[in-house]
Design a protein around this ligand. Structure first.
Ligand SMILES: [Zn+2]
Ligand SMILES: [Zn+2]
Length: 333
């Protein structure tokens, strides 16, 4: 099969590699669509730990074209989204923390390729009503859904999301479908605000136009937000969220800050107002139900550009420059 192999830094090699082995409990998937993720960008910038040579890509959908001997052959032809790592459900982390941190997990993602072999349980059927290409955003969306599922949502709640990248957009959309009455977004780029409006976001702040403090004061009559989510990955913005929530308000960390980043907050103020700092990292327990949650959203246009497999480096570069909402690779044309 053809694949794009990451060689370190911003170097990639496109060409033939061996087809993946299909174990007895595996399915072989012809990758239709694979999203470019901020993590892929960060890996090529040395900001996220990863060791080359490696086939990257962990947000994929496609069609099952073969199955291992223990898997029902009826699954051939099924359209699926792929979970990029396995979990055992039995270890201490799976039982008491999250399946995203399974101690026996295997990373199965190598999706910038024509074919991928994954355990049958990691290939989740795409529901009718959800476009299979759009379903490729299941993995990033599941991380946001996991975060939103951890929030306490009060009647009449006002929530804010800082950052309208893919993670901010999905966090805002799920806040809305999970009962946050007023969802606001702070985002400087107009087309991202437009897309957020399509997903149900009610009000917008443009940081180039006004101060976020004034915006939130107006929105909440000076009371502060029930929920403030940071979806950029900047410590200063997480600290800003702490300032902007009301007493016992909740701050949700969705963006991933660099390793070692300190949180510059007034701890006395945070403690006095009994602010809750909530965080989310990974799909948690919600991957299987994410396609159903996505089917409730108007995601038309979420895919901004499609690239051939050999153009993976260009897609990663464009993604790093903030072009489009979601950029995807089409390994099989
Ligand atoms: Zn990702
Ligand atoms: Zn486990």
């Amino acid at each position: 099969m053809k694949a794009t192999t990451w060689l370190g830094g911003t170097n990639f090699e496109f060409g033939d590699v061996a087809d993946p082995d299909v174990g007895p409990d595996d399915v072989l998937v012809r990758i239709g669509t694979v999203g470019v993720c901020g993590t892929d960008v960060h890996i090529t910038q040395g900001l996220f730990p990863s060791t080359p040579p490696k086939i990257l890509g962990h947000e994929a959908s496609g069609e099952i074209v073969d199955v291992g001997q223990n898997v029902n052959r009826d699954r051939i032809g099924e359209m699926v989204v792929l979970n990029h790592s396995t979990s055992c459900g039995e270890c201490e982390n799976c039982r008491t923390w999250t399946v995203s941190r399974c101690e026996r997990n295997t990373q199965v993602a190598a999706f910038f390729a024509e074919l991928a072999s994954v355990p049958a349980v990691s290939a989740v059927p795409v529901l009718t009503g959800l476009d299979v290409e759009i379903a490729s955003i299941t993995e990033p969306a599941s991380c946001c859904l996991s975060g939103v599922s951890r929030l306490r949502i009060d009647d009449g709640a006002a929530g804010l999301v800082i950052g309208g990248g893919m993670m901010g957009l999905m966090t805002a959309a799920f806040m809305k479908t999970h009962g946050v009455e007023t969802v606001a977004m702070s985002e400087p780029v107009a087309f991202r605000r437009d897309f957020a409006a399509q997903l149900g976001v009610d009000v917008f702040h443009d940081p180039a136009e006004s101060s976020l403090d004034d915006f939130v004061a107006d929105l909440t009559k000076g009371r502060g937000l029930h929920i403030a989510a940071e979806a950029v990955g900047k410590a200063g913005l997480v600290a800003k969220c702490v300032e902007l929530v009301r007493p016992r308000g909740q701050v949700l960390m969705i963006g991933v800050a660099p390793v070692g980043a300190p949180l510059p907050v007034d701890l006395y103020d945070m403690q006095y107002r009994e602010v809750v700092l909530q965080s989310a990292f990974g799909r948690g327990e919600v991957f299987h139900r994410t396609p159903g949650e996505l089917a409730k959203l108007n995601l038309d246009g979420v895919i901004s550009a499609r690239y051939a497999l050999e153009d993976t480096p260009q897609a990663i570069k464009d993604s790093g420059e903030g072009k489009g909402v979601k950029l995807v690779i089409k390994p099989n044309g």
